[in-house]
Design a protein around this ligand. Structure first.
Ligand SMILES: Cc1ncc(COP(=O)(O)O)c(C=O)c1O
Length: 380
């Protein structure tokens, strides 16, 4: 058992000014969606090159609304990676469509676009890729493919707020883009998310889809023409989001400095498979530092490895289980061996501590404990 402070693998940095700001909102007499939601949406729009951004209670809600906005429902197919978070599978199924999985790249973990091309059928309506920290999906290839086939693109950008493609922020271009503001992400609203849309009509539809499906009539009554959800973000959360967005560049710089330190100090024998190494000023953001463990050369299971780190005061995560092998994913006819790379990542991945509240010394501590634990468990 370590006497050193416990290092969580993810978490937010909340300053006193933000906490005071929340107090002001609580005292203001308006705590649900109101002026702070509008302020956050304007600030996010500025961040996304002037495109319209709407905030919601989670990225999961944003993905559901994006699918509805794209008119996706029963009989439609949506292509997604077998290596992502449950949100993408769940929301495709929830709107009544069929998830079509493809495999991913072993190092970047991004969706394999050549496999996407092969998976397109006349029923395909959209591609739903998740961008991974450290390396975005190839946007030029993705949009060439989607536009050539008349498909919508819903980018799951939950992990990459602040990443850039050729100098432009993710969200500043493309089709529909969703972000998460969960406390483990690059910025937080406690729970929360956002969707970037294409025009005023789509924005109006999001307004209804996130609030009961309601539209307001000239006689000051209301109508519902389609069933909406209840996904509006409260002002208390939006107040936090405004403060967090202001500090995002600083948070991203700290994360990048910590990732550089990981690459400098992380050595194990046998070696782990590391994420793509950053090159200077490459515009990538780093939400997670996930490595693949050399399990076949170790006498420890991943669970035992994580337990050993936990006892040393180091938290870890698993990002992610293979979607096609969870009980819901198997309902679509899948089993072991269908997407070998996604499955290998699911077996071997471990996410190490990385957030803006850590120091380079914390990273050194993680690297030392990981090296010791893997070294002791080595079968070589
Ligand atoms: C890749 C990815 N997409 C979507 C989500 C969903 O985000 P939220 O918790 O805001 O619904 C997550 C959450 O962890 C995620 O990791």
């Amino acid at each position: 058992m370590s006497s050193l402070p416990y290092l969580k693998f993810a978490g937010p940095v909340l300053d006193e000014a933000t906490i005071a700001g929340v107090g002001e909102v609580l005292r203001s007499g308006w705590i649900t969606s109101g002026p702070w939601v509008r302020k956050l949406e304007e600030a996010l729009s500025g961040f996304c090159g002037g495109r319209v951004v709407k905030v919601l209670t989670s990225a999961t809600a944003a993905v559901e609304v994006a699918l509805q906005l794209a008119g996706i429902g029963p009989g439609d197919e949506v292509i997604t990676s077998a290596q992502s978070f449950f949100t993408v599978l769940n929301m495709i199924v929830k709107v009544g469509a069929t998830p079509v999985f493809v495999d991913c790249d072993l190092v970047t973990r991004n969706i394999d676009l050549s496999a996407v091309e092969a998976a397109i059928t006349p029923r395909t309506k959209a591609i739903l890729p998740t961008h991974w920290p450290g390396s975005l999906v190839d946007m030029d290839a993705l949009f060439a493919l989607a536009r050539g086939r008349g498909l919508r693109v819903i980018e799951d950008a939950a992990l990459v707020m602040g990443s850039q493609w050729k100098g432009r922020n993710v969200g500043a271009f493309g089709d529909l883009v969703t972000f998460s503001f969960h406390p483990n992400k690059n910025m937080t609203t406690i729970e929360g998310g956002a969707i970037v849309v294409n025009d005023a009509d789509e924005a109006k539809r999001v307004d209804a889809l996130r609030f009961h499906g309601i539209t307001f009539l000239p006689d000051r009554t209301r109508d519902v023409a389609f069933p909406g959800g209840k996904f509006n973000m409260p002002d208390v959360n939006a107040r936090i989001g405004v403060a967090q967005l202001e500090r995002l560049p600083e948070f991203l710089a700290v994360r990048r400095q910590l990732v550089d330190r990981y690459f400098e100090r992380f050595r194990t024998d046998p070696p782990c498979l590391l994420p793509p190494r950053p090159v200077s000023a490459d515009g990538q953001s780093w939400n997670m530092y996930s490595v693949l463990l050399p399990l076949e050369a170790m006498s420890l299971t991943r669970a035992a490895f994580r337990e050993a780190l936990d006892l040393e005061g180091i938290g870890t995560g698993v990002s992610y289980e293979a979607l096609h092998l969870c009980t819901l994913g198997r309902r679509y006819g899948h089993g072991e061996g269908d997407f070998p790379i996604a499955e290998r990542i699911a077996r071997e991945t471990v996410t190490l501590p990385l957030h803006a509240g850590l120091t380079p010394d914390d990273v050194d501590r993680v690297c030392a404990v990981v090296a010791k634990t893997i070294g002791r468990a080595s079968r070589q």
